[in-house]
Design a protein around this ligand. Sequence first.
Ligand code: AGP
Length: 608
Amino acid sequence: MCGIIAAASTRNVGKLLVQGLHKMEYRGYDSAGIALHQENSIAHLRALGKVQLLEDMMISEKPKSKLGIAHTRWATHGEPSEVNAHPHKSKDKVYIVHNGIIENYIELKEALVKDGYEFSSQTDSELIAHLLDSFLEKGNSMIDAMYLAKEKLEGAYAIAAIDIDNNNSLVVARNKSPLLLGIGTDEILAASDPLAIGQLTNEFVFLEDGDVAEISAESYKIFDENKKEVEREITNIDISSQATSKGDYKHFMEKEIYEQPEAILNTLDGRVGGDDILDNIFGLGSSELFAKAKRIQIVACGTSLHAGRVAANWLSSIAELPCQIDYASEYRYRNPHVDENSLLITISQSGETADTLAALRYAKEKDYLGSVSICNVPTSSLARESDFVLFTNAGPEIGVASTKAFTTQLAGLMLLVLSLAKSRNLNPKLRTRIITALRTLPEVINETLALKEKILDLAPAIASKDNALFLGRGIFYPIAKEGALKLKEISYIHAEAYPAGELKHGPLALIDEDMPVIALAPESEIAEKLVSNLEEVKARGGTLYVFADPSVKMDVKNGAFISMPKCDFFLTPIIYTIPLQILSYEVALLRGTDIDQPRNLAKSVTVE
Ligand code: AGP
């Protein structure tokens, strides 16, 4: 999704701004642009497509500047095009970059048009440049203009702005869209993602909603929503030491799939002791709070929601707690009734997903016992705004398609379920059984990754089709959904998932030689019923690719039967996810898609 980087420096900033844009490419974008202050003019370059095209323009034009703003855009209002790319400008004087959505843009635009401003793009963002210009024209400073603009703007935004009359400083503002400052040796920076500036500094200042900051090469000032100058804490993070290169892998997604044994080890590290879960792993006082929980509400999006669906089953079976689960984008709009002693759980890799954050903020106004988040990014808004957090410690996930983030979320959610069960004095023997199984999980994942050669054999048959059906039952239905999501997002093959028992209620009509069926058949009390469902597919000439426990008896002639490694039933969803990730990756590779940055998608979805 959109990315902002801005810098005021004692040296040329063009190159470092473009390098910052490269670092944010993983977020997904369709165009890129830069505005560089050159004392008497502002160089303004924009390109539709990859950041590399913008970089090529910079190499040929060689603009020199010590103050600039740059952006990668992910279209919301207006098609991907050069004219809609940021920075946007007003009268060659004011240049802005914006992340987020201005909800009242139509009425603001109409008023600005009446005042004589001409719009050249279809975006909601351009009006910010004109609005700032209208206040600067009245003699306001950029800081004052930003506060006046904030009074008018409704919605979410992170903004960085420069104007022709000031080549010393730039101004940024944040409201419900991530923005932070970085204190470098030769410059002060601002960015929407710490990864963009992690090569230049380890010192970050996370702005809060309502903040406006003025940045020059040597110093910065932050003002809060009431325009009062404030000090915000400096956080030290060594981002450059966090692995953000592909190493010998072709794609980040591939690397992230094979990193899973280590990632899971990191999720478990320091959280299990002896044969039980340790107390307070979600923060001081969390075990005490968990003892009071009578009901759970989960909200999340996409892959994180699938992890939540598995956890809902675990919560019922292991912690004996009822659980309601909602798409974060829907939760606020169904007038949720909150029972006494309900605990809110949010799940998010990035911790910046706008829908999940909005759901958390809404829920905080309700009568929940507290909010607990499972998150991968310690500096994220979700982590900072939740009462209790467990970091999955998966390391940066760059591929848009979630892989290690999902399996570590599942491991983290299992730790949550075990913590709740322990606080409620429930099922000690089962807890010990699961803890023992968790300790061997990285080894079992390694065994599962070794199935790659067998999966490679299946990939061409799936890659040549336009549709696929994924089947699972019970706790494996969300895994089938995750498999279908993975295949569709990176290979662009249409894929759907069903609980296998539902097949005969409609989807069976789709079965023919062009509809591969990928099924998950672990050892379980309903394994035989699942096999009967799969026989229904066989009987209609369908092609079956079954990932199954060796004990499952099934004769697959048309397709393949792949035996899976053994592990404790409750952890099998984690294991059965792995071959589906490898399959999607190999299919996408055969189809030649942009695996790490699939079309139309963004890694961190910061708009509602
Ligand atoms: C998964 O492969 C997706 N790219 C997507 O569904 C993602 O899980 C979703 O956007 C939620 O993101 P989050 O975990 O960062 O909140």
